[in-house]
Design a protein around this ligand. Sequence first.
Ligand code: F6P
Length: 545
Amino acid sequence: MTDVAVLFDRLAELRREAEGLTLRKLFADDAERFARYSVKLDDLLFDYSKTHMTPEALELLVALAKAADVEGRRDAMFAGEKINVTEDRAVLHTALRAPEGASILVDGVDVMPEVLAERRKAADFAEAVRAGVLEGATGERFTDVVNIGIGGSDLGPAMAALALSPYTQQGLRGHFVSNVDGSHITDVLRHLDPTSTLILVASKTFTTMETMANAHEARRWLVGALGEAAVGAHFAAISTNARAVEAFGMSADRMFRFWDWVGGRYSLWSVIGLSLTILIGGKNFDAFLAGGHEIDEHFRTAPLDRNIPALMGLIGIWHRNVCGYDTHAVLPYDQRLARFPAYLQQLDMESNGKSVTLDGAPVATKTGPIVWGEPGTNGQHAFYQLLHQGTNVVPADILLGAVPHEHVADQHAMLLANGLAQGEAFMKGRTTEEAVAQLEASGVDAAEATRLAPHKTFPGDRPTSTIAYRTLDPRTLGRLIALYEHKVFVQGTIWGINSFDQWGVELGKELASRLIPVVKGERGTEELDSSTRGLVEHLAKLREA
Ligand code: F6P
């Protein structure tokens, strides 16, 4: 048995022994629980006191991280070693947010000069657009920036543009087109004036079906209005594939590069963030990068039991592998983080949705949970019922920002009170006796109170962690994303999987390519299974009618 397996067994044993050790009891027994189980990093506070952590559990989890060599693998990642073994690549999104003066080697070559040069090129381009120096083909100032991409080439910029909308320059609007569903690009372009629209085609590979289809449609739209000669002035590309960009008709000065050691879901820090840089400006984008770098330094240097991303990862391991919870909810009490759960879905589920270890053997434990969520308070009026009284326990992260950008009467106090109340309610619940007492106090007679009480009982004891910060500004967004990136890394390392490939998305892509001619009626359905054939034929009939 490996050390990791032994520690998993000991954790399971600890959980059995701790049966009945509820969150209520843990708080009742320890007045210092909050201080003991929270970590502060400047204004950023990570409070995990409302999980079932005990000194023994934490000790075993830290031992587990050490046994899995989280620290060694972390250092290897930061040093540019090729830890993505199935693609033979380094994993260096951390280099993208490293400050000037840093030196990071891949295959003996320092990548930082190129990183900094590309960062500068993107910032200069963004400034020229913002200042109106760079214009459309007819001399119009750009007012609208359309980012065409999907997955990591869309979710990051789209999520961040919303999160940082208070920093957007007046008169500039960002739009994000991702879905191959033609309605997406139609709905976006419908409202735009080609003369003042800048189109960024963002694709690491520059071969992704959805992105290329949308890029060609945008090109047709622009050429239809302004002619072929306008393409150069209105398009820019963000990619690692210079040849394909050139073939699309874009010149080298309109291509922004990144490298194969940047995973798609880790690429917002690269020139994939160009749309964001145009919207919020280079200085704010630099603050975003600096926030990510701050967390890198913390992750690299803080001891594991005071290391926020390591703790987030270890608590997640406890919930997933020791308690057996299948899902993890992210509940930002910050409306501008509305797309953050979707962003984290790709980050976490594409990274850790794996079933084999680095050497190809089946994993011995469950791996990544299903990640989901919505902003509070909206979620409260939708799915929180299940979180409070359903039969599934869903561990959750609650995100709280202290200072809003807008002071709308006392609404921010209402928002914070709700976020805090939910954490308290998940933790404490309400016993049947308390429910009876409350009913009786409101004038309900004893028999009726007893009948209703089971429906008004909350099991509680449902774990949450809370991340609190001052304001959702560029630095804070950078810190939040980097926290989750490293959390995912810690977990992937403990599970012994490769968090940096995504072969699981390939099969569907291959089959879709094969089915396109079938759907178009250019190829027969003979080779299909009966269900797919039946569906193709049914849809074909509807399309003909
Ligand atoms: O869905 C798989 C994936 O490869 C993601 O990892 C990636 O972010 C997305 O497709 C888009 O890829 P590209 O940037 O190459 O268009």
